[in-house]
Design a protein around this ligand. Sequence first.
Ligand code: HEM
Length: 202
Amino acid sequence: MTPRAHALPLLLVAASLTACSSAPTAAPAAATPPGSTRAPNDAMAKVNTVAEDRDVWQQLLTDHAKIRRTVVHRQEGERGIVEATTESDDPVVAARIRNHAVAMQNRMKAGAQVRVWDEVFEELFRRHDLVTLELTMTEKGVKIVEWSTDPETIALLRSHAMGVSDFVREGHEAGARATPRLPVGAPLPPPEVADGASTPAR
Ligand code: HEM
């Protein structure tokens, strides 16, 4: 591997650190100007409009055949862990995956819900202070590691991860239906590989 080839993943990982972790330990509050009605840590400032975010996720659903994703579920004591890597060989789609993952993480931090008709998404947003999420940029997309120690939240995390894999397999068809919800304490789901390209056209 050339020195340049080594440098790229490192740079991408470094860039991800600013987008990393939704743990409650946020950065120190910025000074709030006198008379300001803004909260000191205005998480909403990083949230796109719904229209902007919708354009991106709709395009991801359209391009699902160019996306692949692996998910591994683990349990370490009380901690339920989900590791997911979502990538595309198409650099435009890869950039869109990264953009979407960061935008959704910003929404989670701000509690700025989307897909409110889908119980799994709606509840996961409400419980996101019980989730720790690390987002790392990869050369072709993103890797997330997220965990919780709350059993209901763990079931939601696993359900959400499997729902995103369905988006990758089926595109708009999965996007239009509610995400199946795993019962609390369900057996650990097996690892999955979702490859949009290998799903037969409907
Ligand atoms: C093929 C289509 C899609 C792809 C490839 C995709 C990809 C991703 C990825 C990589 C993440 C980071 C968390 C993870 O890997 O599990 C994520 C999170 C998220 N996505 Fe999507 N997504 C797609 C469609 C959608 C749609 C249609 C919505 C509807 C609003 C959506 C809403 C969200 C939300 C709310 C999160 C944050 C969840 C969390 O951080 O726990 N995604 N998505």
